[in-house]
Design a protein around this ligand. Structure first.
Ligand code: SF4
Length: 480
């Protein structure tokens, strides 16, 4: 029996999807890219934009039309707002919070008849499976039970993460053999006004550090070379445990010490930290250890204090400036990436110009610039979207021009230098491979040796444009 999953949204959803896939693989299902040959169809939803949620509705209405001719079970999980959840319960067979993933096998096996032909064929595939956590839910009642549970939950708008620890125990089916993400926390306590994550993922919960380190050591032993600690606010890691867990600086220090003892290398990244919780302790630890990558992604969102306030970012521009200064002082070789929203509700020309000024001042290597759009469920969705589309587009292009300048300026300093890079795949340019430096800058080089993918090599940079560089292969480094 085959399954097909539609994954929408950010790295967090992709990481969650890897655990969903592993759960289904363990049940004996086989993944397929072709949704038409699957009997189990699922969506990992994203509520960041209405467009994403519309995609979920269109997919499930197509799948539901197939039900009269084949046996199908549909499910949805991921970032789902309470209002959409109520609708999804009418459209999908199974709707669950990601933290309840460990119950998915029970839900599927006990779901019962979903089409006139019944699910006998599907049931037969479950015979040899180990349901150590099997709970006795009457299939006929499952859906009703869920509706009742969801009705109760709708009185509270926040998702509860009671089973998140069980979710983290599931070993994911990593999408790559050399790059992996490790979730270290779930949820968010920050409540930025443009964002619905606290309502879809609930409050911040930190994963036990022992488990994080175990997962990391396992990946490193398997030869993974780029590992990213993932969370909505990684640097507030541990704070929800009131002293019963180490903090983020301590977590990466343990990883740094572990990396120092190894004979082979890996690079550890994290995303995203929040400026409010970013202290020099984290930067000082990164400076000490070779495996802690010298690349910092620190979202600024706006260069104007009034806009930051209306976004409820809980820090001033001055605080952010002090972080950038610390990065430049403690980690002079680090590349700096950011996220910016242009055209947020009420953003004036003058306020936008303040953002433009910080682009020139902070000289980012990369900025992910978004034109503000109303995000359903977020606080700002109740406010008038005052900046018109054309203005947003214009501001987007102006910031991109600034970014092109700073990226190019930095990349020019790379010419003639050699870099250790991780080869990630074939480049769009024929006969070339694409790689990333430790600072996540792109270097393409001429080679058709695909055995280098997933390996470190040394390249010399010969020419650059904004956002990417081109070089030549100097040396291969296989440390497998
Ligand atoms: S910090 Fe803000 S933007 Fe990030 S997940 Fe939390 S509420 Fe959303």
């Amino acid at each position: 029996m085959k399954y097909h999953i539609v994954q929408l949204g950010c790295q967090m959803n992709i990481s969650d999807g890897e655990r969903v896939q592993k759960t289904l693989d363990k049940m004996g299902f086989e993944a397929t890219e072709n949704e038409e040959e699957a009997n189990l169809l699922g969506v990992i939803a994203c509520s960041v934009r209405q467009k994403g949620i519309n995609k979920v509705y269109s997919r499930v209405s197509k799948w539901n039309k197939w039900k009269h001719k084949k046996n199908l079970i549909t499910f949805v999980s991921g970032c789902v707002l309470p209002a959409d959840k109520d609708q999804f319960l009418k459209l999908f067979d199974l709707v669950f919070n990601m933290s309840d993933l460990s119950e998915l096998p029970t839900m599927i096996s006990q779901y019962g008849i979903v089409s006139p032909a019944g699910m006998q064929t599907l049931d037969s595939g479950f015979e040899d499976l180990d349901y150590s956590k099997k709970k006795s839910i009457n299939p006929a009642e499952f859906r009703l039970l869920n509706v009742e549970q969801e009705k109760k939950k709708s009185s509270s708008t926040l998702v509860k993460n009671e089973n998140i620890e069980e979710f983290w125990h599931i070993i994911p089916k990593y999408g790559s053999g050399f790059e992996a993400f490790i979730p270290i926390q779930n949820g968010c306590d920050k409540f930025c006004t443009y964002c619905a994550v606290p309502y879809t993922r609930g409050r911040e919960v930190s994963r036990p550090s022992t488990e994080i380190i175990r997962e990391l050591e396992n990946l490193v032993n398997l030869g993974y070379k780029s590992i990213t600690l993932l969370g909505q606010n990684v640097n507030s890691y541990g704070l929800d445990k009131n002293g019963d867990e180490i903090n983020f600086a301590e977590l990466i220090e343990i990883i740094g010490q572990y990396g120092d003892k190894l004979e082979h290398d890996f690079w550890l990244y994290f995303t995203s930290p929040h400026p409010q919780d970013m202290g020099n302790d984290v930067l000082e630890v990164i400076a000490k250890y070779k495996c802690l990558a010298k690349q910092i992604h620190i979202p600024v969102q706006s260069g104007d204090d009034t806009v930051l306030k209306s976004m409820n970012r809980n820090h001033s521009l001055e605080k952010y400036r002090s972080i950038i200064k610390s990065i430049r002082r403690i980690l002079p070789e680090a590349t700096i990436f950011t996220d910016i929203i242009v055209g947020f509700t009420g953003e004036t020309d003058e306020q936008f110009n303040n953002t433009k000024k910080i682009m020139a001042e902070f000289k980012y290597n990369m900025a992910y610039i978004a034109q503000y759009s109303v995000r359903p469920g977020a606080v700002s969705s109740k406010w008038e979207d005052t900046v018109d589309k054309e203005t947003k587009k214009k501001r987007f292009h102006e910031l991109t021009e600034e970014l092109v300048k700073t990226s190019l300026e930095h990349n020019k300093t790379m010419i003639g230098k050699t870099y250790k890079v991780l080869v990630r795949g074939k480049d769009r340019k024929k006969g070339y491979l694409s790689s990333l430096t430790e600072g996540k800058l792109i270097v393409r080089f001429a080679s058709d040796d695909e055995s280098l993918i997933g390996e470190y090599v040394i390249v010399k940079v010969n020419s650059v444009v904004a956002f990417s560089t081109e070089g030549e292969l100097i040396q291969t480094l296989s440390d497998k």
